[in-house]
Design a protein around this ligand. Structure first.
Ligand SMILES: [Zn+2]
Ligand SMILES: [Zn+2]
Length: 474
């Protein structure tokens, strides 16, 4: 038995392994190494190591793919980004060094950052913190930005506010960056745009792989740089500038999410408080789109053989769509309907992400009521989730089958087709020798008698007053 007091922690073992590597390592090899250093008594030792690898705070590795890891310091080695000098850089020589945080180990001491020039000579700088108090509904908090005064280095270079500062990570662990100035006349805007797009696409792909619709910057950025072709080539902008311009993301210093994703209550308050726009889920609608017909096939999620086809105009709303679906499925009127856009996620697993569009109440009001169909931006084949009655949760999948010009003289929305119904007979009427279509299922009676019992409108009104009854959808 190894002496537990002398046994190294997983963190120590992983750090030592990471430091000794010069390239990627297969997950199998890593597990063998860890188990050799620290034998596990777990029933499934490999599973135990895998868990540790995911949980270990500040793991020195990233997953390049599910079976390959790379030490973060190698992923970040040589990573490059650009920041516009701007007025404060060009006129006062001030660079916001706290924006380098995400290109450093987590909680790296900003004061220990070292800057060198293209020849590797140290760049003299003095640091200055600027605190800003931010007032939110949740209380005051203080944000500190750290600026480096580089005027002694910048002044002889005769920089202008249109020039870019190019930053290269020389030593991620020790916080060493190389700085260069790129005069705006030497800049290749087309190439920079392509590099920005590439970095944005890499981060988007990583977000699409994430199981909970968000990624952590300290983990995702090294993965993106590890996958970036020609890492030493033209630097893309600082990732925050890239994502800001891109529009598909919402982010803060630590995490990245989908721009149209769900907001937590705290995020909602923060956006309102700081006057930032709420996520935009809708697209502008043109006059031509307003007059196009959108044909949907709406099927019950748990019984897709039951479906309705409806047509609605692009200029009409979710309130109109809700109304025609309630009519087509013969749903009761007095419940809410809710809509979500189902956005397919890329990557190995086929899954959807649900983007909330809003709900419509029985009076045709609600936060989704005014959302116009064309504004949802659906393409043919794409889907919506529609839930009627948040109590009984009757879930439908709506597939946009086709978009085409409206017909003259037709009033939309309208029902087009439906499944061929297979009706059940009312059991009470049948006992009395009559044949009537059943509209209700009595759950109480069915479970008491251990068989499915269906009733017509008249019969359900007699003898089932306190029973749990649900509508049958044909
Ligand atoms: Zn009956
Ligand atoms: Zn009953």
């Amino acid at each position: 038995m190894p002496d537990p007091s002398s046994s190294p922690t997983y963190e120590t073992i992983l750090n030592e392994l990471a430091a000794s590597l010069t390239g990627p390592i297969p997950l199998d090899d890593l597990m063998q190494y860890v188990l050799a250093r620290k034998p596990s008594s777990a029933k499934n030792p490999r599973q135990a190591v895998r868990e540790k690898l995911r949980q270990t705070y500040r793991s020195p590795f990233i997953f390049l793919d599910p079976k390959t890891l790379l030490p973060i310091h190698l992923a970040m080695q040589g990573a490059r980004f650009r920041m516009p000098l701007g007025r404060s850089g060009a006129e006062r020589g001030q660079i916001e060094i706290s924006r380098f945080d995400s290109y450093l180990p987590l909680h790296f001491n900003r004061e220990a950052v070292q800057l060198v020039d293209a020849k590797g000579n140290p760049i003299a700088m003095s640091l200055r913190s600027i605190s800003q108090k931010i007032d939110t509904l949740l209380g005051m908090y203080e944000e500190t930005a750290l600026f480096a005064d580089l005027s002694a280095w910048l002044r002889p270079q005769k920089v202008t506010r249109h020039d870019d500062l190019l930053v290269t990570v020389l030593d991620w662990q020790n916080g060493v960056f190389q700085l260069e100035i790129e005069p705006h006349k030497k800049r290749n805007p087309t190439l920079i745009q392509a590099r920005d797009r590439l970095l944005a696409d890499l981060l988007y792909a990583i977000l699409e792989e994430a199981y909970d619709e968000r990624i952590w910057v300290h983990n995702a950025l090294p993965v993106a740089y590890a996958r970036l072709p020609d890492k030493a080539g033209c630097p893309p902008h600082h990732w925050q500038i890239v994502l800001q311009k891109d529009g598909r993301f919402r982010f803060d210093d630590h995490q990245i999410k989908y721009a149209d994703g769900r907001l937590s209550p705290i995020e909602y308050i923060f956006l309102e408080q700081t006057g930032q726009p709420l996520p935009r889920r809708l697209q502008p609608v043109t006059k031509a789109q307003e007059k196009l017909v959108y044909r949907f096939k709406a099927a019950l999620k748990h019984n897709p053989r039951i479906w309705r086809q409806v047509e609605i105009l692009g200029g009409q709303t979710l309130a109109d769509l809700n109304a025609i679906l309630v009519d087509a499925f013969n749903h009761e009127f007095d419940h809410m309907g809710g809509f979500w856009k189902l956005v397919p996620r890329q990557g190995a697993r086929t899954r959807y992400r649900e983007v909330e569009l809003g709900s419509v109440d029985p009076l045709g009001e609600g936060d989704g009521a005014d959302v116009r169909i064309a504004a949802i931006g659906l393409k043919e084949g794409e889907q919506l989730k529609y839930v009627f009655d948040f109590g009984d949760w009757i879930e439908h999948t709506l597939t946009l089958e086709a978009i085409y010009p409206a017909e003259e003289g037709v009033s939309y929305p309208r029902k087009v087709a439906r499944n061929k119904p297979r009706y059940f007979d009312c059991v009470t009427c049948r006992e009395n020798g009559k044949k009537t279509i059943a509209l209700w299922s009595c759950i109480t009676c069915s479970s008491e008698q251990a068989r499915d019992l269906y009733y017509c409108d008249d019969c359900i009104a007699r003898g089932h007053e306190d029973h749990y009854v649900v509508e049958i959808i044909y």
